[in-house]
Write a protein that binds this ligand. Structure first.
Ligand SMILES: Nc1ncnc2c1ncn2[C@@H]1O[C@H](COP(=O)(O)OP(=O)(O)O)[C@@H](O)[C@H]1O
Ligand SMILES: [Mg+2]
Length: 606
């Protein structure tokens, strides 16, 4: 900036006290970022008031309406004006900023919301003979008036950001804002498993569509949290959770950790809490992923619900107005606790990391030493098989009927992936090539093949569907359900026919024929994840690709299933013929090779 020339008369800027409306609007910028932040603040207020049931109604992604109804202790009529005044709170007396036991304490939410929307507050304090109400519009408060309400409070927010149109432009699509609201409520519902929750999209009026519902939890905290997890993530996921409990240096970690096979394609189901508060903390999320690092590919995220409790002095929740971030006094100790507790839990359940061998293969391509090779090449003779894996079995020309195998085919240059010789650890195909050996990850390779075939079918004349003899009813969490039904038409074009089936369930009538006989519930769960994973901006095409990729996994031959030599060979030939089979759907290699020269040098033959 140019300094004004000395001695010239300039208009001195004046320091003024901002009026309350302006101050509130500025504060609102931090507290109320999007509709989901309003939902968070209002639900937290309900929980702070001791609510046993919280009902949330939204319309147009929360932009038109957010209404939170609770049965908590309410607000006395005389205190209603204070509730919407800045820095007025019943939760802090100003003596100890450290010992905070409630969600709220800054006294900023209601005035901030009132500054940027039409806010109305109706409440009946416990024991009061009458209810009262108060409205604020764009920062201007009306009078306290008598109202009709049996108990608790109703807080209604309409036309969010009407007073700050610039903000409106930053909001994402209705669908994306709705999804953010669902995530917010989900996290709070896990934080307070004793309270019942219903989230509805009213679409303007009427009863509306249920996006999330959870009954009040019973039993001890552990059971209540597990039941809540089941309500929010599906019963199958909840059944696959391992209990976590660890203590160290005055910190306690408790909760549930998902087994690796139940991992998801995004972090939406990593639920982390610090002193009861849902947080999106990098340090904690990083520690969780580190604990799973050797058990999961980099693009898979475990399902966890972890509750860290520590002395209030050891953590600062007052870093950000929305309180989603926290600062730990001793981050190293926190990370250590989380990583060790999770690794012990997982190892105790038999999930041991593959260790240096798998890591070496992944990192370096393929240069194991001789000892490592010895470890890997414990060859198992291929045994009988139950069902033919769909998609490539037919190419093999029939399996030998248990008799002596014919003469071994000779690998030649026409078969770059070689001739299948054996299956190792029920997972890898060992093939002999003209110039060395190849190991193929059968599941990864087949998954890729099925994906490519699904994409080719879709591009040609639509994915072929196979009607189920007996339609399957699949229960899904409310948000997954609504996503799947929203895309029912698109999914039908992908060979997956689903119909609504009462609250909380869909009826699956057909599946893509290429998938054989997939597990319908697991397939739908993954399809719903695939739909959630891509943002609006990515468009329908990206969604469809994501869904097809998820589907392919269900059609692929499972790791752990024995293959015949014919099946293995058919897979290798199909890989050679199909594009993009060098990597699986997630970008990992499907095969690694060792040349004869490399083998010779490993054994010191040169
Ligand atoms: N649903 C509710 N039930 C009872 N009291 C409420 C409710 N919502 C708000 N209040 C009262 O209004 C005050 C201000 O709320 P808020 O602006 O969110 O600040 P904070 O939650 O930080 O105290 C709260 O301290 C509480 O006393
Ligand atoms: Mg509050």
């Amino acid at each position: 900036m140019n300094a004004p020339a000395p001695n010239l008369p300039v208009a001195l800027p004046r320091i003024r006290q901002l009026d309350e409306a302006t101050a509130n609007r500025i504060a609102a910028g931090e507290v109320v970022e999007r509709p989901a932040s309003v939902v968070k603040e209002l639900v937290e207020n309900a929980l702070d008031a001791g609510a046993g049931r919280v009902e949330i109604a939204i319309a147009e992604g929360g932009k038109a309406l957010i209404r939170v109804t609770d049965d908590g202790h309410g607000i006395p009529a005389a205190e209603l004006p204070l509730a919407i005044a800045r820095h007025a709170t019943s939760k802090l007396d100003g003596t100890d900023l450290m010992a905070i036991r409630s969600f709220g304490f800054r006294g900023e939410a209601l005035p901030s919301i009132g500054a940027v929307a039409r806010l109305s507050l109706t409440s009946r304090a416990a024991g009061a003979r009458e209810a009262a109400g108060l409205s604020v519009t764009g920062g201007r408060a009306g009078p306290v008036v008598p109202a009709a309400l049996a108990r608790g409070s109703v807080v209604e927010v309409r036309d969010l950001f009407f007073a700050v149109p610039a903000r409106l432009k930053f909001l994402r699509s209705e669908r994306a804002e709705t999804q953010a609201i669902v995530e917010t409520v989900r996290r709070l519902a896990l934080a307070a498993p004793a309270a019942g929750f219903v989230l509805r999209d009213t679409g303007g009026d009427g009863e509306g569509r249920v996006l999330l519902a959870a009954e009040p939890g019973r039993g001890d905290l552990f059971d209540a949290r597990l039941a809540r997890l089941a309500a929010l993530t599906g019963p199958e996921t909840a059944r696959a959770m391992l209990p976590v409990a660890a203590e160290r240096d005055g910190m306690r970690l408790a909760g549930h950790a998902g087994r690796p096979p139940f991992a998801r394609g995004n972090a939406a189901q990593m639920f982390l809490f610090v002193n009861g508060r849902p947080v999106q903390d990098r340090l904690l999320a990083g520690a969780v992923r580190a604990a799973y690092a050797d058990l999961l590919p980099r693009d898979r995220f475990p399902v966890v619900a972890l509750f860290l409790d520590l002395a209030p002095e050891a953590v600062d929740v007052n870093v950000h107005p929305a309180k989603a971030e926290v600062r730990f006094r001793d981050p190293t100790a926190v990370r250590g606790l989380v990583v060790t507790a999770l690794m012990q839990t997982l190892a105790g359940a038999g999930h041991r990391p593959g260790g240096s061998v798998a890591a070496a293969f992944r990192e370096t391509g393929m240069r194991p030493d001789a000892a490592t090779l010895g470890q890997w090449f414990r060859v198992q003779a291929p045994a009988g098989f139950a069902e033919a894996p769909p998609g490539f079995a037919a190419a093999g020309g029939g399996a030998p009927a248990g008799g002596a195998p014919g003469p071994l085919p000779v690998p030649g240059p026409d078969r770059p992936l070689g001739v299948a010789r054996a299956q190792l650890h029920d997972t890898y195909i060992l093939a002999e090539t003209a110039d060395g050996i190849v190991l193929v990850d059968a599941h990864a390779a087949h998954e890729r093949l099925v994906w490519e075939r699904l994409k080719a079918q879709r591009a040609a004349n639509g994915v072929a569907a196979q009607a189920l003899l007996v339609p399957e009813i699949v229960a899904l969490p409310a948000d997954a359900l609504s996503r799947v039904l929203d895309f029912a038409a698109e999914l039908r074009a992908l060979g997956l026919a689903v119909e609504p089936f009462g609250p909380g369930a869909v009826c699956v009538r057909a599946v893509p024929a290429l998938l054989g006989a997939p597990h319908a519930a697991a397939l739908l769960r993954d399809v719903a994840d695939g739909l959630a994973e891509t943002g609006d901006a990515d468009g329908l095409r990206a969604r469809i690709d994501a869904v097809l990729s998820r589907m392919a996994c269900h059609g692929a031959v499972r790791a752990g299933r024995r293959l015949t030599l014919e099946e293995m060979d058919a897979l290798l030939r199909a890989m050679e013929a199909s594009p993009f089979t060098a990597t699986c759907n997630h970008g990992r290699p499907t095969s690694v090779s060792l040349s004869r020269a490399e083998l010779a040098s490993l054994f010191g033959r040169r």
